[in-house]
Design a protein around this ligand. Structure first.
Ligand code: R5P
Length: 277
């Protein structure tokens, strides 16, 4: 299997086929695969970032025209997936726009810990959260002492899969929004004083930190946070540290750097496994 790694995932330690991007003075660019891949089996791996959709479309086009047998496309992280419905009248649904653009190529697409099930019914989904949770165990933390916590109803399904797989109790927090204000409540008791907050992504850290404060008030002593996509925007790391969520475990679906309290688990092996399925 050959791998075509787009610019957005060049941090992954997977040997890629050779391609180049020529940028013209007016800003247009041309993607060209320089390695001979005619007849070869190929998996395209790319993230969707807020700005690279046209790059991605051209990369797929170049691979097709080079005569490779495109087996699959794997998207470790897809931006805009949170835009899965109209919340306020007049809004676009960015996630659905990306799905329609990719559908034209008719390639099987697997997205890792895809935020929404509402859009893109033709995408397969895979989770690496269990893999990340096991990394916590490898750090000699006794997982059996933990409760898995979903920070909101939207995370229930995801967290419940992890709880079942690890045979741990599950607690789901309730999140209500009133304008800009977010109110999180715990409607049951906490089975253990060690908890693992599970989410698909950490952006500003607001969701996990708000949840952690509620759990702390309910008696939690040890709070870990596990999320597949470490966007860690702005002061997220500082916020997580000050709130005492430690460790925070994320994958390298995005090119995120480890720091005090933030561990990054490599998912290359998982991606290769998915490519060969
Ligand atoms: C929300 O629906 C998502 O699953 C995440 O909980 C959210 O996007 C995390 O963002 P932040 O870290 O900014 O709260």
């Amino acid at each position: 299997m050959k791998y075509l790694l787009a610019e957005s995932v060049q941090h992954l330690n997977i040997p890629p086929i050779v391609w180049e991007k020529k940028i013209f003075p007016d800003g247009e660019f041309l993607i060209r695969i320089t390695e001979k891949i005619t007849g070869k089996e190929l998996t395209i791996i790319t993230n969707i970032t807020p700005t690279n959709l046209f790059d991605v479309l051209c990369t797929i086009d170049a691979a097709r025209r080079s005569g490779a047998k495109i087996k699959k496309m794997i998207i470790p992280y897809m931006a805009f997936a949170r835009q899965d419905r109209v919340v306020e009248e007049g809004e676009a649904v960015g996630g659905a726009v990306i799905c329609s653009a990719l559908k034209q190529f008719n390639i099987p697409i697997t997205v890792i810990d895809f935020h929404s099930e509402r859009i893109c019914t033709h995408f397969s989904r895979r989770s690496v959260l269990l893999f990340l949770a096991q990394a916590l165990q490898n750090e000699k933390q006794k997982l059996e002492q933990y409760t898995i916590v979903a920070p909101d109803e939207g995370s229930r399904k995801r967290a419940s899969l992890i709880a079942k797989a690890l045979k741990l109790p599950l607690v789901v927090l309730q999140k209500a929004r009133k304008g800009q204000e977010i109110n999180v409540t715990l409607t049951s008791s906490l089975p253990t004083t060690s908890v693992i907050l599970i989410d698909d992504m950490i952006s500003t850290g607001g969701t996990l930190c708000t949840a952690a404060k509620v759990l702390r008030n309910a008696g939690a002593k040890k709070i870990a946070g596990i999320a597949t996509h470490g966007l860690l925007a702005g002061k997220a790391r500082e916020k997580l540290r000050k709130t005492g969520i430690n460790p925070v475990i994320v994958s390298n679906s995005l090119p995120v750097k480890p720091s005090a309290g933030v561990k990054v688990i490599k998912i290359e092996t998982e991606l290769k496994r998915i490519a060969l399925e």
